[in-house]
Design a protein around this ligand. Structure first.
Ligand code: AMP
Ligand code: GLY
Length: 468
């Protein structure tokens, strides 16, 4: 079987690595891929633009295409491949709106009773501003539980003493895809005003910010559940969740600093209890499946549930219509089934009966980033890899932002090209052992200006729990 993977990050390297383990997979092309996929067994990078992918897939006799990132999905790549008679994993363009439009996805959640924060959407700036004003004047009943951080911020900004119920922040979400820049947690009216002006008037995100969702602030710990989904009109669908994962999004230890694309992940999540998992199935997964079926979606791909979990009760923050990055680097190494078989079952509708097995233990995957990230960062630094010692840790190196050229230090040939450069994914019999091995592995890969968080997989603290 010949496979084409679309994308160039750590997630795509992990998918390629996992697919390459399958006996039935003969060759994997990655468009455009990165320095990691270039050297993976059975793999070859193909630097071709999106408009030529169908032509390439036909010429190369591709049996199956897997799409990594959201942009091509939102642009309808699945519809185009299927129209050309090519097998592809992902939602069609209509289903991709679950990620591409927050207004649409919130309406879907409401319609099908998927538990989520209360929200309103606006396409007129004046209406959004009036709603925010009312919120911060206390015109809306504050949420029952507010984190300590939010409480102190609210009482400091309003001069209230701690005994008075504080006004919780307001969550402002741009409707469209914004590469992680579309959500602002406004602590007061000024912040809300600034965010709304930037999105809706100055169009800082282009058309993505023309409409917004204003949403209640939820307290809790975030969990990412990736899942395989197979829904197509006229038959019973299925969603099969993976082991739960957690991404640590803030740049610095303890959940401090700016948001990033993800500084590392762990799977499974020790604090996602069986009770919370049952609640997730009942309150989020099942209504989502009913909704996809009722809307007669053609969604044969992967789905990502971004959850906020508080006292074992799950609320859905967002759907992504793809696998998460870097959650995939932690979850896929735990998959004890053939990924190509899973993909085929998604396509032919037999997902419900697929023998989806998971290894015991845990995987911790911290991410190494370039100096300056998430702002402007250093590039083109050679990466030294001590292959022998790295192999002894059992950790896997998943490249995200590095290319393979000539003359890298220690013969790796890799040079940094992105802000998030690589992850090391290490298995352990429990989270603590996985963490120890991952951080040992980090010692054997280096480049000028490299940095990484030292607390990936540690319990998220109560103070910062929302924002880690
Ligand atoms: P989203 O793109 O909707 O997942 O939002 C990005 C991040 O903003 C999430 O990972 C959360 O950390 C935070 N967030 C989003 N919605 C809420 C909410 N209703 N309450 C608290 N935090 C939120
Ligand atoms: N880790 C979050 C994402 O993939 O969007």
């Amino acid at each position: 079987m010949k496979i084409l993977i679309i994308g160039s990050g750590g997630r795509e390297h992990t998918i390629a690595w996992k697919l390459a383990q399958s006996d039935r997979v003969e060759k994997i092309y990655i468009a455009p891929g990165n320095g990691g996929t270039a050297a993976e067994k059975k793999c070859e990078n193909v630097p071709i633009g999106e408009n030529l992918l169908i032509q390439f897939a036909r010429r190369a006799g591709i049996d199956l295409t897997v799409v990594g990132p959201e942009d091509p999905l939102a642009a309808g790549i699945v519809d185009r491949f299927r129209k050309a008679g090519l097998a592809i994993i992902g939602p069609d363009q209509r289903a991709a709106r679950l990620e591409a439009s927050k207004v649409y996805s919130k309406a879907f959640m409401k319609k099908y009773g998927v538990r989520a924060a209360e929200s309103r959407d606006f396409s007129d700036p004046a209406g959004a501003l009036a709603y925010a004003k009312k919120h911060f004047q206390g015109g809306k009943k504050p949420a029952k539980a507010v984190s300590r951080a939010a409480k102190s911020a609210a009482s400091a900004s309003s001069g209230q003493n701690a005994a008075v119920a504080p006004i919780p922040p307001l969550v402002i979400k741009a409707d469209g895809l914004a590469a992680g820049k579309g959500v602002v947690i406004a602590e007061n009216f000024d912040e809300a005003n600034r965010a709304l002006s930037s999105f809706m008037k100055e169009q800082s995100l282009g058309s993505a910010g023309a409409s917004v969702v204003l949403e209640d602030f939820l307290v809790g710990k975030e969990v990412s559940v990736l899942a395989a989904v197979s829904v197509s009109p006229g038959r019973k669908g299925s969603i099969r969740p993976f082991v739960p994962a957690r991404d640590h999004k803030r740049r610095f230890d303890g959940g401090e600093g700016p948001n990033t694309g993800g500084m590392g992940a762990i799977a499974p999540v020790p604090d996602f209890t069986p009770e919370a998992q049952r609640d997730f199935i009942k309150s989020i997964l099942e209504p989502t499946l009913r909704g996809l079926e009722a809307e007669k979606m053609d969604y044969r791909g992967f789905i990502f549930f971004g959850l906020m979990v508080h006292q074992n009760r799950c609320s859905l923050l967002e759907y992504n219509v793809r696998l998460g990055d870097p959650e995939t680097q932690a979850a896929l190494p735990l998959l004890d089934s053939d990924l190509s078989g899973l993909c085929l079952s998604i396509l032919d509708g037999s997902l419900g009966a697929f023998p989806l097995k998971w290894k015991g233990g845990a995987v911790c995957a911290p991410v190494a980033v370039a100096e300056g990230y998430p702002g402007a960062y250093r590039k083109n630094d050679p990466i030294a890899v001590n292959e022998g010692n790295l192999a002894k840790t059992g950790a896997q190196l998943f490249i995200a932002g590095a290319q393979r050229g000539s003359g890298g230090a220690a013969g790796s040939g890799l040079r940094t090209s992105g802000g998030r450069v690589f992850a090391v994914s290490a298995w352990g019999s429990d989270a603590e052992e996985a963490r120890t091995r991952a951080y040992l592995a980090m010692e054997f890969v280096s480049f000028e200006g490299m940095d990484y968080r030292k607390d990936i997989g540690r319990e998220v603290s109560a103070e910062r729990e929302n924002n880690d």
